[in-house]
Structures are given as C-alpha cells and as structure tokens.
Ligand binder design. Structure first.
Ligand SMILES: C[S@@+](CC[C@H](N)C(=O)[O-])C[C@H]1O[C@@H](n2cnc3c(N)ncnc32)[C@H](O)[C@@H]1O
Length: 208
C-alpha cells in the first residue's frame, strides 16, 4: 500500500469541506455524466472519496449497481454512511496500486481527481487493468487533475484555487500523454472531452 494523504482524517475532512468550491468542477462532472450510458449494469468508481461521483450517477443509471473504492478509512466511512440505505452501492477499501482483478467486469469505470496520486507507471498499468475489466462497449472516463503545459498556467491554476504550492501527493501528468496511452491500449473515441486549466475530463470506449 502506498502513502495516501487522505489517510489523515483531518486532510480528508478538509478536502470534503472544500470539494464543492473547486472552480468549474461541476461543469466537468456534467460533461462526464453526459458520456455515461444510462442502461448499464455495473459501475466502478476508483478513489471514490465520499462517493461524490456515485451520488451523481445513481439516478442517471437507475438499474446499475455501483462499487466505490478508496484506501482512506475516513473516506470509506463517509461513503459508507452516505449510501447505507442504498443496496445497489458497495464501498470497498482498496488501494489504487493493487490489482483490479477480482472486482469482476464493468460497463462503466469512472474516477475523479484520484488517479493523479499514482506514479506515472501505475497510471498506465491501472488504465490497462481498467481496459481489461470493461465489457466490450464499456466506457472509462477520468475527471482528473493534470499537469499544466507551462509554469505560468500552473501558477494561474494555483491562484484560482487560492493555494500557494502543489500538494506533495499530486503526481501530475500531461493529459495528451494519457489519452495516447488509452488509444494504444485499444480504447476508441478517446479525447479530452472537457478542460479548464488543470481540471480535465478524458476517456473513451472499449471497442467491440
Ligand atoms: C481529491 S480526492 C477525490 C475523491 C472523489 N473522487 C471526489 O471526486 O470527490 C482523492 C481521493 O483519492 C483517494 N486516493 C489517493 N490515493 C489513493 C490510493 N493509493 N488508493 C486508493 N485511493 C487513493 C483518496 O483517499 C481520496 O479519496
């Protein structure tokens, strides 16, 4: 298991308290939602936090069952409480560095602002595992914190968030490199579907 800043309860609670105030995130979430087919059976949310994306997707995918994973006990607790009365949501403690084999097959894999905490090597192998656990025609969309192409734009992003420096746990990568990997793995219709400074939605479809 790798170090995860969100294992510190105070750090995790501070994120949850501020989560709604991240500029334009709701726009990115709205675009993500628009790419998710409604008639799906199984949805996986990696690094679910308190289950923010699952909460958005519950009514969008009325027949789906959801698995949300996270390694932070505080996040697991928050998500478990949020969905305690909803049978079609399961919250599982799982580290993003550990294999997805064993979770079964999915129609949809989503993630928001989580995979950038992994090394670039693990990002790539995780995307491969995501490809392998998707059913043919399944989709993967990652609403992600990505690297800026210049120091000026990076500073502009930090200013917009009102923070002075990058969190040490962030391992940011250019989204173009990430969509190139997805294309090489066999995802189709891959694109950067939405972007504002370092917030970016990218992903595609497993052809077949
Ligand atoms: C910025 S929060 C995003 C949470 C949620 N997806 C959202 O959009 O609100 C990042 C999440 O990634 C999780 N995370 C970071 N590193 C992880 C790891 N190695 N394994 C599992 N979860 C991890 C954290 O615990 C945290 O819940």
């Amino acid at each position: 298991m790798k170090h995860n800043d969100y294992e510190d309860p105070e750090y995790a609670r501070a994120y949850l308290a501020e989560a709604d105030s991240i500029p334009f995130r709701k726009d990115g979430e709205g675009v993500l939602l628009s790419f998710i087919p409604e008639d799906v059976s199984r949805v996986l949310d990696l690094g679910t936090g308190d289950g923010r994306l699952i909460a958005l997707l519950l009514s969008h995918c009325p027949k789906a069952s959801f698995t949300g994973t996270d390694s932070s006990a505080t996040m697991i607790e928050a998500a478990s409480v949020k969905f305690s009365a909803i049978d079609r949501v399961e919250i599982v403690q799982h580290d993003l560095y550990d294999s997805l084999a064993g979770f079964g097959d999915f129609d949809v894999v989503v993630s928001s602002f989580a995979i950038h905490h992994c090394s670039h090597e693990r990002k790539k192998s995780l995307y491969e595992e995501i490809f392998n656990c998707l059913n043919p025609g399944g989709v993967f969309y990652n609403l992600e914190h990505v690297a800026s192409p210049s120091e000026h734009l990076h500073k502009r992003f930090l200013d917009a968030l009102g923070v002075r420096s990058e969190d040490e746990g962030n391992i940011l990568l250019d989204p173009v490199a990430q969509i190139q990997w997805l294309r090489e793995m066999g995802f189709i219709d891959v694109d950067i579907h939405w972007k504002w400074l370092e917030l970016c939605l990218f992903g595609g479809v497993k052809g077949g």
